[in-house]
Ligand binder design. Sequence first.
Ligand SMILES: [Zn+2]
Length: 202
Amino acid sequence: MTSFATHRRKVHDGALPAHRRMSALRTCLTEFAPYGFRATFHHLRGSAGIPRNPAHDPDSLVRAVEELQAAREVWVPGILAWQEARRVQKRAGVRRPDPPAPQPRAWCPNPEFHPLGPLAEVMPRVLRAREYAGRGCPVCEADHSAVSWSDGHGVHRLCAHCGVQLGWTPQAVDDVHRRSACASRWRAVWRGDAEWERPPRA
Ligand SMILES: [Zn+2]
């Protein structure tokens, strides 16, 4: 938690070169990324408008880290309450946490397909996902059919509406081409070359 705060301050630090502020944003994402690192980065690049060269708009990095911080503020009170309850349980000899620790993440394996809307607005649904007992997607609760998406290692079953992973099966045949296509697509997102429209869900 302190690491997030430290690196958030670095993102804000106008005395640092833009690439170091970008690197600090990346560290914040390794600590907290509601859709996983890649999909959350893709979301922030689009929502904050981070240009290919962040030096052209360093304020975009501040917008990105503040959107991330706003989502984190939705999660932190819950985890602090859970930690306090867990301390009481441990003193009482309860070995297995009940309930389990609240997870601040809904995994979106395709970096370019994740819930839309500001992170802080989606976050309460991410936190409630584990308790969701309905038939639809645990995050958007839409009763859409799932779509398949392969990263070359396995086939992910994604919510057709928001991209959250609903299931996963290992790929019968290792698909090297698919893996390399996914890797180059991710490099384009990382560099800021990717188009922001939703890609085909192959
Ligand atoms: Zn969904």
